[in-house]
Write a protein that binds this ligand. Structure first.
Ligand code: HEM
Length: 377
């Protein structure tokens, strides 16, 4: 069924046992309802929304900051804010560009690639490594966790356990060290007089990994697919680089990859439905952005759209702190790719498969293009 058609039915539905909650969940569809739940921290909590504690034995940490409620959340958020400041992101431009060009230099001469596995995530992780203070040469080690876990394969629980062990190892390396970057700073910063416990530090490291790599790679995949399908668009973006920014905005609006959720803290009415304390509520950003009441002709991809109502990065106190990083990476990746490989397409017989869940993504994006040795590193 087409996403937009879901808006024709009931605005709030109950769906039975699902990957998010085996007891079933409320599914919200209207942008106004999704936004109001995200803003309403009196009646809804983020505590436990990852479900990690239910899947991984001996893990009782919260994923910080996303599962933290008030007042703890405020301290975590203030601590993180400087690392995501516009000036800091602008300073990273050169190094992100260099990494993106390295990836293009690797796949360009082959005349084709599977963009998701061979390029998207290697580009997406570049700014992440800079902010977190991790060495880009270890990209492979970190990419496999978020991408594998969000794929919901059979080995998901094992991969999660492995990721937690990797985060524990990193925590021990960083504790007491003078290493740079957000992860070392978190591990060694006192909150309310005490440095974070091992469980809290692991919860922070794991969430940073889950939040900041797969989401960007997934969105970049949709950007590339859109360009691969539309020669006029490619030509326009190449000849008018100023249009790359509105193009990125429309990609973010049309392909919002995250679906998050909340638990009901106290009974509350949403639309015509009364939700009970303990109920789970799924909040898909794709439903919000495709709501015709929020954006006219929501399924059309239109770079000329101008102002939109989008919830791609959420709303309220948990709104994405990495939105500027995501925008910067997307802009740079599109610019650099078009400079090096102006013409590319999806081979006719290529199957296009997407995964759904917490982060929607193409599982593969085969591209073909004339062999190029462009992209100077
Ligand atoms: C296109 C890429 C991205 C999308 C679509 C996206 C989307 C979102 C959404 C919808 C939320 C809200 C979740 C909720 O309220 O339950 C969120 C939160 C968050 N995101 Fe992103 N995100 C992206 C990239 C990033 C990046 C690059 C980083 C960091 C490097 C990041 C870090 C975070 C963090 C830390 C939170 C939690 C904020 C808090 O709880 O205060 N995200 N993101």
């Amino acid at each position: 069924m087409h996403l937009a058609q879901l808006h024709d039915g009931e605005p709030v539905e109950f769906i039975t046992s699902n990957v998010r909650n085996r007891h079933g969940s409320w599914l919200l569809k209207r942008e106004v309802d999704i936004r109001s739940v995200m803003m309403n921290t009196d009646c809804f909590t983020s505590h436990g929304i990852s479900g990690f504690d239910q899947i991984i034995e001996n893990f009782d940490g919260l994923l910080i900051p996303t599962e933290a409620d008030l007042p703890e959340h405020t301290a975590y958020r203030s601590f993180m804010t400087p690392a995501f400041a516009p000036r800091r992101i602008a300073e990273m431009d050169e190094v992100i560009r260099k990494r993106v060009r390295q990836v293009i230099a690797r796949v360009g001469p082959r005349g084709g690639c599977e963009f998701m596995a061979e390029a998207a995530y290697y580009m997406a992780i570049a700014p992440w490594c800079e902010i977190m203070g991790l060495d880009y040469s270890e990209a492979d080690r970190w990419i496999r966790f978020p991408v594998g876990i969000l794929q919901y394969n059979d080995d998901r629980a094992e991969l999660m356990a492995e990721m937690i062990e990797a985060a524990r190892g990193l925590y021990r390396e960083l504790k007491g060290s003078d290493r740079e970057g957000l992860l070392a700073a978190f591990v060694n910063t006192p909150f309310d007089g005490e440095v974070p416990s091992e469980a809290s530090a692991i919860g922070f490291i794991v969430f940073m990994l889950i939040a900041g790599v797969d989401t960007v790679g997934a969105t970049l995949g949709f950007a590339m697919r859109q360009m691969a399908m539309d020669k006029v668009l490619r030509t326009r973006l190449r000849s008018h680089p100023a249009d790359v920014a509105p193009f990125v905005e429309e990609v973010l609006r049309r392909y919002p990859v995250v679906a998050t959720n909340r638990y009901v803290k106290k009974d509350v009415k949403v639309g015509s439905v009364t939700m009970k304390a303990g109920d789970n509520v799924i909040l898909p950003m794709s439903m919000a952005n495709s709501d015709p009441a929020a954006n006219a002709c929501p399924m059309a991809f239109d770079v000329e759209r101008g102002r939109t109502r989008t919830m791609t990065f959420g709303a309220g106190m948990h709104m994405c702190i990495g939105s500027r990083v995501a925008r910067a990476l997307l802009q740079i990746a599109v610019e650099e790719w078009l400079l090096a490989i102006p013409d590319f397409e999806i081979p006719d017989d290529a199957p296009l498969v997407a995964r759904v869940g917490d982060v929607i993504a193409l599982t593969a994006l085969p591209l073909s293009y004339p062999i190029t040795s462009a992209a100077t590193v």
